[in-house]
Design a protein around this ligand. Structure first.
Ligand code: NAI
Ligand code: F6P
Length: 383
């Protein structure tokens, strides 16, 4: 088996690519970053620093790179790989979908009918299904039928905190990761045999795991970032060490947790322990994680099905309390960052259209009572 992984960034090198290579699967990384691709080809290996109580350095071998800008070179690889994974960010999935469509067609037209699987590893609910929809926009109905027969589009949930680091000059591909990692795939969506990858867990109940992760870790993380930003902190760790922020973040995760407990019948005690563990991961003294990285792209984070609004909608669905989520969303609306285009768009929308119109436009919320309460909170926080 051989894999093509799109995105040689933090999660690509520090998590998914590492698990694949450690399982003996050669990995070709596709990326638009010339420097990273050249280095991968020169070195054929890179280091991952795993930080925790006992830090360790592990070398990842059997890796190479292909420049994503060279579309023909990427398409050629579809003849020799059996697995595609991605960690490029939700917005880039659409961009790579046309190359993937061309690669799949080239493979099928060459008479290769071996099963083939694609797994998007993004912070998204059913990101691979989204990628499939994008790929299908580039295919004729007949091609869609052929692809559906041989290609498994497998959704997954990924959890490992991998902040960007300034790698040293003598080890430019180094990535630093936390010890914890969780990669869960929907075993019902594979075509052919499920590849044996150490650290890839299989489930037939993926939605529960995706939502557990996205609406606990990512919800809490985003709120830690937005609250920290308000208080002038630069790092997630500084923010979560502020007791008032920690208590608030925990209260928000408890509210979203009640939704998860209702929806998926999670054990209440086990979920409380999951929340505590996440709070400890945010406070990891060995990770340097900027609040602007975790708060990046606030419009995506404020969208209907993402980490803030979907839990709030869940509280409405199950008639649960949501005072903390309301305040958390108001805090997200206050996120300002001149180097983040989405933060700039958010700020401009609020200035030009007002808070309520902005909230309706980007969150899809319609419940007037809830909208009014978020707007009121926003004004409380700005005065
Ligand atoms: N960093 C983290 O702790 C975690 C991130 N995630 C998710 O993983 C995904 C990737 O995140 P990171 O690795 O942090 O981002 P990153 O920015 O470090 O890596 C993304 C990589 O994609 C590359 N890229 C951009 N356009 C491309 C294209 N057209 N073709 C191929 N490569 C392209 C970039 O050059 C970059 O190397 C995101 O969806 C993120 O939400 C999920 C769990 C943890
Ligand atoms: O990558 P996104 O969706 O912008 O959000 C950042 C989040 O992703 C992570 O990097 C990993 O899940 C978290 O640290 C953080 O909550």
């Amino acid at each position: 088996m051989k894999a093509l992984h799109f995105g040689a960034g933090n999660i690509g090198r520090g998590f998914i690519g590492k698990l694949l290579a450690d399982s003996g699967i050669p990995v070709v990384f596709a990326d638009v970053n010339d420097k990273v691709i050249n280095l991968l080809n020169q070195q054929g290996a890179y280091n991952v620093k795993i930080v925790g109580e006992q830090s360790k350095l592990e070398q990842v071998n059997h890796v190479s790179g292909v420049n994503s800008k060279d579309e023909n070179a990427v398409i050629d690889l579809f003849h020799s790989v059996d697995l595609i994974t991605t960690a490029v960010g939700p917005t880039v999935l659409k961009i790579i979908s046309s190359t993937i469509a061309k690669g799949l067609i080239a493979r099928i037209e060459a008479g290769n009918t071996q099963p083939f699987n694609i797994i998007a590893c993004e912070n998204m609910v059913r990101g691979t299904t989204f990628l499939k929809e994008q790929v299908f926009t580039h295919l004729t109905p007949e091609q869609q039928k052929q692809v559906s027969e041989f290609v498994g589009f497998v959704d997954s949930a990924v959890d490992r905190i991998v902040p960007p680091v300034n790698a040293p000059e003598d080890d430019p591909l180094l990535v630093t990761v936390e010890e914890f990692s969780e990669w869960i795939v929907d075993q019902t969506q594979f075509k052919g045999n499920i590849p044996d990858i150490q650290g890839m867990e299989k489930t037939d109940n993926l939605m529960a795991f995706i939502e557990r992760k996205l609406f606990t870790l990512n919800t809490g993380h985003a709120v830690t970032a937005y609250m920290g930003k308000q208080k002038g902190y630069q790092f997630v760790r500084e923010s979560i060490e502020d007791e008032s922020i920690k208590d608030f973040v925990k209260a928000v995760m408890q509210e979203s947790g009640e939704v998860l407990i209702q929806r998926y019948a999670f054990d209440r005690q086990a979920h409380a322990a999951y929340i505590e563990k996440i709070l400890k991961r945010f406070a990891n003294p060995y990770l340097v994680d900027d609040v602007d990285r975790v708060g990046r792209e606030p419009l995506r984070k404020l969208s209907e099905n993402d980490r803030l609004i979907k839990p709030l909608r869940g509280t409405l669905e199950y008639k649960l309390s949501h005072d903390n989520l309301i305040r958390a969303i108001a805090t997200a609306l206050l996120y300002r960052n001149d180097s983040d285009p989405q933060a700039q768009e958010l700020e401009a929308a609020i200035n030009q259209e007002g808070v309520e119109a902005t909230l309706r436009k980007y969150t899809g919320l319609q419940d007037q009572d809830v909208i009014t309460r978020i707007v009121n909170q926003y004004h409380v926080l700005t005065h």
